[in-house]
Ligand binder design. Structure first.
Ligand code: PLP
Length: 381
């Protein structure tokens, strides 16, 4: 709550004022030259750095236990910034098969054209992960928990493998937030979050953050924010910083709701199976207990015994829960992956990834859990 915030020197305002300026005045030529050379502190131009961005970055760095953080205009800008800042032609990325689809698309449609090769492996299998590494591997990319079936990756083991091969481990921990999982503490070199989700938390800001060692973050800032122009707007940075002040309260409430709904769904005869890292039935529950703290997050995936028709009936019928993409919002959001976000995947590939035709993914919000259960229970049949 307090990191990055200090009473405003000019006004005494406790909350950081929103500074919309695009450009900042220099005291004199020495000041201007010093700021350009990086030997003097200050702000030069809004695309490079601004007070609201700096406040947000200090908060996220404190949460992550990181030396530095850079905030940018979306989660994808953060991911793009990592690749653009750290990769060269001829480098390889080792990535998991369960991966946010836009990340895979960015690697395939943009970075492949610049000579970056991506090898997809099931990173839950450490032997397969080891076999995929080569002297050209620059980044091992991990996403945990992963969309939509909440597979987990062992960050400590992957950090050891990546470092042994001279590569970096970069973790997209959006589903967990730093409240439940601090990737850097397990040896990751960079931690990436779509701040659009639970960090901002109110469904009103699109943003991304990358945290880690100062020299790596500086490379991402250069490529991802400055050169790519993916700057975060001051008002958006202010919104995310405001959201972070209640992250522990929101995340504790949402993950307690998710754990309760996951248990009730699992016990219901109309439900075929439930995936939630906090359930003993999750195949990687032991890893979840080791790697996640203060609960297991707000995402639950489940499939009804009645398959796709039953899934569609529930999806169409919910009244309090919104039929909408995204996650980490105050309100609960339901997605129907096989028919929407993962519709372009071949059916066999979807099945292999555990995405059945009737799978539903619920991002649980902070509503009263009994209201949420009534909404679901009435449609379970
Ligand atoms: N990473 C994960 C795991 C996501 O779920 C998303 C968006 O859903 C992103 C990255 C991209 O974030 P944004 O939509 O802010 O670009």
């Amino acid at each position: 709550m307090h990191a990055g915030d200090a009473p405003d020197a000019a006004t005494g305002a406790l909350d950081a004022p929103i500074v919309q300026a695009t450009t900042y005045a220099f005291a004199d030529a020495d000041d201007a030259a010093g700021q350009f050379a990086g030997t003097r502190e200050g702000y030069i131009y809004g695309r490079w750095r601004h007070p609201n961005g700096r406040c947000l970055e200090a908060k996220v760095a404190a949460l992550e236990g990181a030396e530095a953080c850079v905030a940018v205009g979306s989660g994808m800008a953060a991911i793009h910034g990592v690749f653009a800042g750290l990769l060269e032609a001829g480098d390889e990325v080792v990535a998991p098969q369960s991966l946010y689809a836009e990340t895979a698309r960015l690697l395939a449609t943009v970075f492949a054209r610049f000579g970056v090769r991506t090898r997809y492996v099931d990173l839950r299998d450490l032997d397969a992960a080891r076999a995929a590494l080569s002297p050209r591997t620059k980044i091992v990319w991990a996403e945990t928990p992963a969309n939509p079936v909440l597979d987990l990756l062992d960050l400590e083991a992957l950090a050891a493998l990546a470092h042994g091969a001279g590569a970096l481990l970069v973790v997209d921990g959006t589903f967990a937030t730093p409240y439940h999982q601090r990737a850097l503490a397990f040896g990751a070199d960079l931690s990436v979050h779509a701040a659009t989700k639970a960090l901002a938390g109110h469904g009103d800001a699109v943003a991304g953050v990358v945290s880690g060692r100062a020299e790596l973050v500086a490379a991402v800032r250069e490529a991802g924010a400055r050169s790519a122009g993916a700057a975060i707007a001051p008002f958006v940075a202010w919104l995310v910083a405001r959201g972070l002040k209640t992250l522990p309260l929101r995340q504790a409430a949402a993950s307690a709701n998710a754990a309760e709904l996951a248990a009730r769904l699992e016990a219901h005869p109309a439900v075929a199976h439930v995936r939630y890292p906090g359930l003993g039935s999750h195949p990687q529950h032991a890893l979840a207990r080791r790697q996640m703290e203060r609960g297991f997050g707000s995402l639950v995936a489940f499939e009804l015994a009645g398959g796709e028709p039953a899934g569609r009936r529930l999806y169409d019928g919910v009244a309090l829960i919104a039929r909408a993409v995204s996650l980490g919002d105050l309100r609960s959001l339901l997605t129907f992956p096989a028919a929407t976000t993962h519709a372009s995947m071949a059916e066999a590939q979807r099945e292999a990834a555990g995405i059945g035709p009737g799978l539903l993914r619920l991002s649980v919000g902070v509503e009263d859990v009994e209201d949420l259960w009534r909404d679901l229970d009435a449609r379970l049949g």
